[in-house]
Design a protein around this ligand. Sequence first.
Ligand code: SF4
Ligand code: SF4
Length: 345
Amino acid sequence: MKIEKDSSVKISPVLEEFLDPAFIYVPKALVVPKYVFKGQSFGGVYSSVSGVVVGEEKDFFVVQNDYREKRKTLGEKKSKILKNDFDSRFKDCKYIIINAINDEVYAINRVVGLKVRIEEILEFLDEIMQLFDVSKVIIAIKSIDMEIVEDCLDIVDAYSNVSISLLDDKYLLGRNEFLLRELNIRDNEAMCFLVDDFLKILDEVKYGRVCDTMLVTISGDALNEGKIFRIKKNIKLKDILDKVRDSLESSYVLVAGNLLNGRVVSEDFIIADDVLSIHVMKKKEFRTQKCIKCGACVDVCPVGVDPLRCLLEDKSDKRCIDCGLCSYVCPSYIPLRNWVTKDEE
Ligand code: SF4
Ligand code: SF4
């Protein structure tokens, strides 16, 4: 399904950097560490800077950046990758799919992430293809984003087994299972990676390091022009919003993630690496009205859930993938998704 977009919302595809935050925020551990190294794990979240813990805020330690980028152990760049570097998932697959599609309404992280590291990505893919005898790589891009990667076409052309597949701007293709269906490829024939996930693997396998930066799109109709930033992981939203504050309208609401299923957050929100976009939107009033029994919510559900029944029977449904389409299509503005997922936020 195509999601309606406001054509006046513009995003600059030029990547900007904000890599020197004064503080980052990592989940609290049982013991307060004396010194935090870059790459140190806090319950699976890796510190993106080195420094000392100077305080606590809710569930986070506040780490003051000492700008020394100190790691406990240094990763080594590999001259050659080995089969053992991977799990058995590549075995027997015919295709590798690189998914450069964002489902977030106004976000272009993945296609920009692909563009800025295209050479490394292609070299790494080439090594994997030879190692596991994979015959073809497909890079999936939305045709509306093609302009962003035009400069990369010559580089891609040099790899005869790699092709770019241009797809319509349809919602949910940013999820691998729906992308495979669109490409008519069976699950067991392909390994499918989101660009961001593939880059994490590349950094770990080739450079022996956990990536400490991430891309985030800041965009929406309350901003003159959206921007895409490379930032240190786990900074406060306020820090990055300061970079675009001049072009912000006076009144706005912040949504972390997709407009269809994201959550309203404050400027104190910590941007972890699963947050691809922040939408800065004008405030609008939607008053929930009575259900008119049109059935649109049932028809649109991609996994066969009956959201109306969930609403009437006050129960959730485990099959729900939390895409938000039922709420999106409802002419009565009923937040059906909240019922189906029992999301209290
Ligand atoms: S949010 Fe859940 S119930 Fe609603 S359309 Fe998506 S999958 Fe179906
Ligand atoms: S889309 Fe809204 S109005 Fe239509 S049946 Fe579903 S809940 Fe009722």
